[in-house]
Write a protein that binds this ligand. Structure first.
Ligand SMILES: Cc1cc2nc3c(=O)[nH]c(=O)nc-3n(C[C@H](O)[C@H](O)[C@H](O)COP(=O)(O)OP(=O)(O)OC[C@H]3O[C@@H](n4cnc5c(N)ncnc54)[C@H](O)[C@@H]3O)c2cc1C
Length: 397
């Protein structure tokens, strides 16, 4: 049997960041991760960071590699077929920049600092079950190397992603879920080629495309695809050709192609589970919500959840002040719904839906023209895109 103050289920970015931040405040945690470490460290996912995420990572000592390998952006471009490209200018409207820096690198950094600081992580942990969440002493049962184990704790952080066990540990009569599945996915390619200077969305009658990046020699490109798409039908040449058809010709010419080092298909989904807490269990990150990647919000929401949860746990454990933990779910959900709304809005605006008719196309075009013409609309979008500030309790006493 092991004991800790906070048992963290899931060693993705949410779980590892929480563990690191708790350590900085002298609070002990144990992370239980279902997968082997190699698997977690190889996963390729997000790469666009909000201003607040960048600041928080710097504040907790994780800024050095990001400064070296990441790249600041004044915003993201939208290349709209037959229109002038438009910049969601976060620098101009909010004074803040976005950053491109890969989730894979952030996860590597988190594993490095937790190992350096003697953090306890049990990987390859199977059959995780959460017990006695409404009592003073919750505990986690799990299997390691075929043997049953028990981890006792004061609090449980459910950071085990969309397919984890934590969300399902809330009683059915308490849990409410809200969901929207989209009738398409993103086919993504990673290549060791110099990226376009800017992050750029493309709206096109053939479907959405995105040019993104992780570092100076790592590019990430996506195209909207049918849900039935098979990877074997998309050799690199076909992917590059289709990608370039969706960007304006002068931009397509600048795209440097090369062999893919990773290729995958991700379905798009919006999902929120409420509440994000039950007894001594607190959900954070993808275990409680999923956004379509269009708004680049998923990883950023995981970080803001961790900001709120860390603040609540420190106040409770260090000062016996329960105000923040009691309000954790409602505070986190306000930001979650803001990101859900923006991600849904951008997805609707930029993708081709199978049932789109001329009316929808005209409305979307008008929304884009309004953005081009209205400083107020630009400022509203830029404010949400760069990320709303983390809330203090004083704002909603
Ligand atoms: C293709 C793609 C592109 C994306 N692009 C962006 C982007 O540009 N910007 C952005 O902000 N976000 C993006 N996201 C979303 C982002 O990657 C996620 O929101 C982020 O990984 C959430 O972190 P997390 O720690 O909450 O969950 P995860 O990263 O899913 O980590 C959860 C961990 O829990 C473990 N686990 C699961 N079940 C159990 C269990 N039963 N017991 C123990 N451990 C368990 C898993 O193995 C995993 O390691 C993208 C996602 C995808 C798929």
């Amino acid at each position: 049997m092991e004991r800790t103050q906070v048992a963290i289920i899931g060693g993705g970015p949410a779980g590892m960041l929480l563990s690191h931040m708790l350590h900085l405040d002298g609070i002990d945690s144990v992370v239980l991760e279902r997968q082997p470490r190699d698997h977690v460290l190889k996963r390729i996912r997000a790469g666009v960071l909000e201003h607040g995420t960048v600041k928080l990572l710097r504040d907790v000592g994780l800024g050095e590699r990001m400064a070296r390998e990441g790249h600041a952006h004044d915003g993201t471009w939208i290349a709209w077929e037959d229109r002038e490209p438009f910049l969601i200018d976060t620098k101009r409207h909010t004074g803040k920049q976005m950053w491109s820096f890969g989730q894979t690198a952030i996860t590597e950094e988190l594993y490095r600092v937790r190992a350096r600081d003697g953090g306890r992580l049990i990987d390859d942990a199977g059959q995780v079950v959460l017990h006695e969440l409404t009592g003073d002493r919750p505990w986690i049962g799990f299997e390691k190397d075929g043997a049953a184990q028990r981890l006792e704790c004061e609090f449980v952080a459910g950071c085990d992603g969309f397919h984890g066990v934590s969300r399902g540990s809330l009683p059915g009569e308490l849990l409410r879920t809200f969901e929207r599945a989209y009738p398409f996915g993103w086919l993504g390619v990673m290549s060791e080629t110099p990226p376009l200077g800017d992050i750029m969305y493309a709206q096109h009658r053939r479907g959405f495309a995105l040019a993104s990046q992780r570092n100076a020699m790592l590019s990430r490109y996506y195209i909207q695809c049918d849900l039935a798409t098979k990877l074997e039908d998309w050799p690199d040449d076909r992917f590059w050709e289709e990608l370039k058809r969706r960007f304006p010709p002068d931009i397509a010419r600048k795209i440097v192609t090369g062999p893919s080092i990773e290729k995958s298909i991700a379905p798009l989904r919006s999902f929120v589970a409420e509440p994000m807490s039950y007894g001594r269990l607190f959900l954070a990150g993808d275990s409680a919500h999923i956004v379509p990647p269009t708004g680049a919000k998923g990883l950023n929401l995981a970080v803001s959840d961790v900001f709120y949860l860390h603040r609540g746990l420190v106040a409770q454990i260090r000062r016996n002040d329960g105000r923040y933990l009691e309000r954790y779910s409602e505070t986190a959900l306000r930001r979650v719904w803001g990101a859900e709304r923006l991600s849904w809005q951008l997805t609707k605006l930029l993708h081709v839906f199978p049932d789109d008719d001329d009316f929808t196309r005209r409305v979307n075009l008008n929304e884009f023209d309004h953005l081009q013409a209205s400083a107020a609309a630009q400022a509203a979008l830029a404010e949400q895109y760069v990320g709303l500030p983390f809330e203090d309790l004083a704002a909603n006493p």
